[in-house]
Ligand binder design. Sequence first.
Ligand code: FAD
Ligand code: NAP
Length: 340
Amino acid sequence: MPLFLPNFDLQHYNTLGVPVKAQVYVSVADETELVEALRYAGHEKLPLLILGGGSNIVLCDDFSGLVIHIRLHGKTLIAENNEFIWLRVAAGENWHELVEYCLDFHYWGLENLSLIPGSVGAAPIQNIGAYGVELKDVFEELTAIDIRSGLPVTFTKEACEFGYRDSIFKGRLRDQYVITAVTFKLRKQAHLVLSYPALRDALTPQLSDSVTPKTVSDIICAIRRSKLPDPAQVPNAGSFFKNPVIPVAHYESLRLQYPQLVAYPVDEQQVKLAAAWLIDHAGWRGQVCGPVAVHGQQALVLTNPGRAKGSAVVALAEKIQQSVWEKYGVALEPEPRFYP
Ligand code: FAD
Ligand code: NAP
């Protein structure tokens, strides 16, 4: 039987460092404990918060319910052929440690996703992405427990309906499943993705056969460390907003006014704007609002140096949304999930 802890302080369990309490907290190390915890929540009629590394949530206030901390561990090589290996990884494994493990064993494909905080089980929730690679590019299937029935289910890639920082688990099936393991399909031969300017620029002096997935990972780690605040030093939840995707006509009219606007084509009808550019050029970069702030190196990151409640972060986010809307007519959508 897992240990249910009442009135549990969550400050060290969310990267924004928000000091709120969970009515009840339980850490689960295997599927049996998870099912017991789900049964307890059902019996006590407690709302649920499934917690991984707490790097993509905003805890606005105390959570009146049960926090289930996913601590399932293990990695299993389940199949291989000449080209690929299939690796099944438990949901509680740390994401970056998995990336390092795969680099050590020469299982290629995760290198561009280096240094993303959080757990393996949360990665499919928003189809994590960075430097031109998304989880869906290396994803085979996942297993989950149906919260209502307590039974295991398998989801294929198609069933997950992955999109840009999105999946079915953020939409139609939100709060219905707990992911217990993810199976990755990784390459035996490296296939480097070097399309992002920051990555290309850093590699230019050595663009040759000597570039390996390990080089790519090292460079991405170095870029990230130089731009992003370490949550252990300066609490934050990474990019606070998704990059907005707008119609080409809207983009063309904005570009007349702002020729330096940073944007990337999505398809013939749509363009993705760099939200950081919009926020920066609306004057927000480096702004401090009481206990919370907009990071000086990267305007997409809101920080919580004063370790205030998440509601203070949300209030700042709303001011930024309002100002970006007034200046560019573009709606910014938050990326992390707000609780309660
Ligand atoms: P949590 O914050 O614990 O949970 C996030 C959501 O997923 C919650 O709704 C939670 O209930 C749900 N969830 C968690 N685990 C499970 C599970 N096993 N089953 C069902 N639901 C679950 N994201 C990117 O995409 N790309 C980046 O480059 C990136 N960089 C970041 C950099 C920094 C400094 C920070 C702080 C964040 C960054 N993020 C990035 C966001 C974040 O790291 C990812 O979204 C990550 O996958 C969240 O993992 P987590 O375990 O911390 O999730
Ligand atoms: P960047 O390299 O300065 O690029 C700025 C923006 O332009 C990024 O948001 C990126 O979109 C987009 N972009 C750049 N090159 C692109 C290309 N060739 N094709 C399509 N889009 C392109 O970004 P950054 O802020 O330093 O972040 C680097 C990467 O890490 C990005 O992929 C970013 O998403 C990821 N990251 C995510 C988080 C998070 O919390 N979600 C936090 C930090 C970094 P995309 O964001 O769509 O990739």
